[in-house]
Design a protein around this ligand. Structure first.
Ligand code: FES
Length: 282
């Protein structure tokens, strides 16, 4: 796959350190699925390390144009360089990449758990569910967690898409004072295996706690893993994740062939979406 060149339409700070970038791409660009990502070249140059993986936040195609939106947080030099890019400039984008979320049109309750910037792929997923023929009958219950009110990104859009939305902040400045997984744990008895599916994206501690909350519950759960990536296409081995050995030959074995030895998968190629129960949250 070759990268496409898009025109930056907008690159604006939404809240402190969090930006929304809108890019116009060639109409021939493939339609992304919720959970898929793109590799964005933050500035000119051939270095692979100039690329950053960003989840697709919105996607809109008509006859004459194709627009995607991406949300990112300044977390280092690369994303800082990206934040300096201006409308009217051109930017190289590779994608859509990876495996997105599975869709369950038969489920009545779609539960979304987002930590920080993890709201981006889940917001796209919520839009996708709303566009299904069954979209009006499905309840979308979203849980958004952040460090503080001024770090809550994407809440307005998620609220529009949700039947119900709950918020937590670590400092108690909005919603529940504590972790978002605590709110979900309190509500767990209203979700059952036959009618609910959980999707999540956020920092590893949140995902680890979610895995504990769901332990023993027959509820499907898919998570989009946030991982550092250099190539985004399975070529650099820089995004390995530790998974349970289910005899899957696509796993990368390290150190022999015995049962129960560590197995790894590539977040970029095998994910970024995984069954939460396949990941070893060390
Ligand atoms: Fe290079 Fe995944 S980012 S293999």
């Amino acid at each position: 796959m070759s990268p496409s060149v898009g025109e930056i339409v907008l690159n604006r700070e939404l809240i402190a350190q969090h930006f929304l970038m809108r890019v116009r791409l060639p109409v021939s660009w493939a339609t992304p699925l919720p959970g898929q990502f793109v590799m964005v070249r933050v500035r000119d140059g051939r270095d692979l390390l100039l690329r950053r993986p960003l989840s697709v936040y919105t996607f809109d195609r008509n006859e004459n144009s194709l627009i995607i939106e991406l949300i990112y947080r300044i977390a280092g030099k690369g994303t800082f360089a990206l934040s300096r890019r201006k409308a009217g400039e051109y930017i190289e984008i590779l994608g859509p990449l990876g495996h997105g979320f599975d869709i369950f049109p038969e489920m009545r309750k779609i539960v979304l758990l987002a930590g920080g910037i993890g709201v981006a792929p889940l917001s796209f997923l919520a839009s996708h569910y709303r566009e299904l023929p069954t979209g009006n009958q499905q309840e979308i219950i979203s849980y958004l967690g952040a460090k503080s009110t001024d770090q809550l990104v994407g809440a307005d859009k998620m609220k529009e898409l949700s039947t119900e939305m709950r918020i937590s902040t670590d400092d108690g400045s909005s919603g529940h004072h504590g972790f978002i997984t605590e709110l979900l744990a309190d509500d767990m008895e209203s979700f059952t295996g036959g009618n609910s599916v959980v999707y999540a994206c956020g920092p590893s501690p949140m995902m680890r706690r979610l895995a504990e909350v769901l332990n023993g519950q027959p509820i499907p759960c898919q998570v989009s893993v946030e991982e550092r990536m250099a190539c985004g296409i399975g070529a650099c081995l820089g995004c390995a994740i530790h998974v349970k050995d289910r005899g899957d030959k696509t796993s990368v074995s390290h150190g022999g062939t015995k049962d129960n030895e560590p197995q790894y998968k590539h977040v970029c190629k095998d994910g970024p979406v995984f069954n939460i129960r396949d990941i070893i949250w060390s």
